[in-house]
Design a protein around this ligand. Structure first.
Ligand SMILES: *[C@@H]1O[C@H](CO)[C@@H](O)[C@H](O)[C@H]1NC(C)=O
Ligand SMILES: *[C@@H]1O[C@H](CO)[C@@H](O)[C@H](O)[C@H]1NC(C)=O
Ligand SMILES: *[C@@H]1O[C@H](CO)[C@@H](O)[C@H](O)[C@H]1NC(C)=O
Ligand SMILES: *[C@@H]1O[C@H](CO)[C@@H](O)[C@H](O)[C@H]1NC(C)=O
Ligand SMILES: *[C@@H]1O[C@H](CO)[C@@H](O)[C@H](O)[C@H]1NC(C)=O
Ligand SMILES: *[C@@H]1O[C@H](CO)[C@@H](O)[C@H](O)[C@H]1NC(C)=O
Ligand SMILES: *[C@@H]1O[C@H](CO)[C@@H](O)[C@H](O)[C@H]1NC(C)=O
Ligand SMILES: *[C@@H]1O[C@H](CO)[C@@H](O)[C@H](O)[C@H]1NC(C)=O
Length: 571
């Protein structure tokens, strides 16, 4: 449902300051915000070409250009400019920098807690106006690194953990996020707003969360890089959960090196009091992931192709056929970059994985436990919702939540089950899932063929990695071609209800590397070497009508007023 009249919630009256009027060097054109990287920002800052304030202004103006059409953002941080100004002052007046993210604007998915003027709601009015006890560890880490938290990105409400009948990218507060590569493009999910914002250059960097593919899947369909880190590498403290057993917070960016910088700032600390899964981090020193970004990164990489996770030939859709063809076509390039490929490095117990993995059970029981734990720590809870039964009743009753058009059946199934996180059946299912995601599949293939990592089309890389917390990186590989038949997104019902196109000419798809637990540095290295040799992100652009026109020079020249309209606030 399209929102009626949007309400203006934020105005940014920008006044020129000494710092935001830098001296521009001749012969150094300002970089394009569609592909601006962290390295470009570091260079631009040190040459005094632009400031963090300039970046924030430009990103807000770019967002305003596409917000009505694509709804990528839910809120802009009212303090973004003053934070950017303070970081500019720190850098310029005191000649100090905190590191590569100093002054870099970052968007967070709306389920990542921030103790500031921004709401943290997972897209739902059930959490609107709630106040978190303190920043999530991820947000705190980013602030310490000098990042400017620019706002909250749209998402599939509750990270799609609500009901089968729903559309990717829709939330009551944020409206329907759409991708920019085709008319009414399904953004995929659940971190669709982050991926669309990264794809169009609405922020330097974005952050998503992943429980069952929510970083990797939208990165796949929006032509960007996504990393689902090993479960526990990034803390879930003050992140709206689905289940701590599988949730992970990770980067969604335009380039591999940007993702490496961002992951380095977000990760850890080992032993975070708010998330005991961080105890598993191998060393208190988080690797310098960006230093693994070298052009020769694929030399002597032993990579395996787990073919038996691909759909069988008789079951392949047109989309499968194209993605597999593109994958086959780049294998010689991987070899020429120095990789040693082992074909048919199959998942050893694929049958058990296919027939025994219990995805929904783990989430059903996990959310029923972890959601009340999240609610109980809130400093202010305006709805009084404390548990899943409260949330179900409230959601079914609150008109903007669009029940029953959008269902709540995941929660109903969860409440109907008598299992808890201490039930033997649940514990057995979790432990069996851990086997199915490791020795039966990823770890089994790595060990059996003595591999460093696996490589495969992103579409088949999302699971089983989530069950045992393996890291995955997705990087652009290609685009559905001009003769592709348009496929609408099902969303648990009649696809015409949502009217979103999930496969269509020009929509991107990717290549993934899967590494061993805490093997992020290694897969970043491989993905970087591949990305630099191919640059598929620049082969085909988003539709021209969705390309924001604001550039740094526009935001630096004029005093701009940037209204951001709140798309979900239909009366
Ligand atoms: C700023 O710091 C750098 C290195 O930290 C130094 O090389 C440079 O001279 C300093 N600039 C000023 C103006 O103090
Ligand atoms: C957060 O929600 C409150 C309403 O509860 C609203 O007044 C405020 O403007 C929101 N913050 C932002 C940044 O939109
Ligand atoms: C974290 O702590 C909880 C409760 O103290 C415990 O049940 C759980 O097994 C721990 N998890 C890990 C991964 O250590
Ligand atoms: C093809 O898909 C059907 C339905 O999902 C499945 O039952 C069947 O096993 C698949 N065939 C092969 C050869 O994988
Ligand atoms: C698109 O890809 C399909 C499958 O690989 C192929 O059959 C078809 O010829 C391609 N069309 C164009 C226009 O390249
Ligand atoms: C690739 O790896 C296999 C298995 O370890 C080894 O036998 C082979 O010599 C390697 N090939 C190259 C070209 O390095
Ligand atoms: C759950 O427990 C209730 C009350 O003890 C019982 O009536 C119901 O049948 C149980 N449901 C299941 C699925 O076991
Ligand atoms: C995987 O196998 C190793 C030994 O090969 C064993 O130590 C480990 O517990 C197994 N992991 C799971 C999750 O089954």
């Amino acid at each position: 449902m399209a929102p009626l009249l949007a309400t203006l919630i934020s105005f940014f009256l920008i006044t020129a300051t000494a710092i935001s009027s830098p001296t521009q060097f001749p012969f150094q054109p300002l970089p394009d915000l569609f592909d601006l990287t962290v390295d470009d920002i570091i260079t631009g800052f040190s040459n005094q070409q632009f400031t963090s304030v300039d970046l924030v202004r430009a990103y807000i103006a770019r967002t305003a250009e596409v917000q009505q059409a694509l709804h990528p953002i839910i809120e802009i941080n009212p303090d973004a400019l003053s934070i950017a100004q303070a970081l500019d002052d720190e850098r310029l007046l005191h000649n100090t920098t905190r590191g590569p993210l100093h002054g870099v604007p970052v968007l967070l998915k709306d389920n990542i807690g921030t103790a500031d003027q921004l709401n943290t709601t997972a897209g739902s009015y059930a959490l609107h106006g709630s106040i978190v006890p303190h920043d999530s560890t991820v947000a705190a880490n980013l602030r310490t690194a000098g990042a400017v938290i620019l706002g909250k990105a749209g998402l599939s409400e509750w990270a799609f953990w609500r009901g089968t009948r729903n559309s990717n990218g829709w939330s009551a507060r944020g409206g329907q996020v759409k991708g920019a590569y085709y008319e009414d493009q399904d953004p995929s999910g659940s971190s669709g707003g982050s991926a669309v914002a990264a794809s169009l250059g609405l922020a330097a960097l974005t952050v998503g969360t992943d429980t069952g593919g929510s970083i990797i899947a939208p990165s796949n369909k929006n032509g960007v890089v996504g990393i689902r880190p090993s479960t526990g590498l990034t803390s879930r403290s003050v992140v709206v959960p689905i289940t701590v057993v599988q949730d992970s917070v990770g980067p969604i960016t335009r380039t591999v090196k940007d993702a490496a910088y961002l992951l380095g700032a977000m990760a850890g600390p080992k032993g975070d009091p708010g998330d005991n899964y961080t105890d598993a981090i191998p060393s208190p020193e988080i690797p310098n992931y960006a230093s693994h970004c070298t052009l020769t990164g694929l030399q002597n990489a032993k990579l395996g192709i787990p073919r038996n996770i691909f759909p069988a030939p008789i079951n392949r859709t047109e989309a499968d056929v194209q993605q597999i063809a593109a994958f086959e076509a780049i294998l010689p390039l991987l070899t020429s970059l120095g990789a040693n490929l082992t074909d048919h490095a199959n998942y050893p117990d694929i049958h058990a994985y296919n027939t025994e993995a219990q995805f929904n059970l783990a989430l059903d029981i996990g959310f029923k436990h972890d959601f009340p734990a999240y609610m109980s720590q809130l400093a202010f809870n305006p709805t009084g919702i404390q548990n899943l039964a409260d949330l179900l009743a409230w959601t079914q009753d609150f008109q903007a939540e669009q029940y029953p058009l959008r269902s709540t059946d995941f929660w109903e199934a969860s409440l109907a089950s008598n299992l808890t996180t201490s039930s033997p059946e649940y514990l057995a299912a979790i432990s069996h899932n851990a086997y199915l995601g490791s020795n039966a599949t990823i770890q089994g293939a790595l060990d059996l063929h003595r591999l460093d990592a696996l490589v495969l089309p992103t579409a088949y890389s999302v699971r089983p990695a989530v069950y045992a917390g393996y890291p995955v990186i997705a990087v652009p590989l290609g685009y559905f071609n001009a003769s592709t038949k348009v496929v609408q997104a099902g969303g648990g019902g009649d696809p015409s209800v949502w009217g979103l196109n999930t496969v269509a000419p020009g929509i991107p798809y990717g290549l993934s590397f899967i590494g061993p637990r805490f093997g992020e540095a290694r897969i970043i290295q491989y993905a970087y070497a591949f990305e630099q040799a191919t640059q598929f992100r620049y082969q085909k652009l988003p539709l021209a009508k969705f390309m924001p026109k604001t550039q740094l020079h526009t935001s630096m020249e004029a005093d701009v007023v940037c209204p951001l309209e709140a798309p979900g606030l239909a009366e």
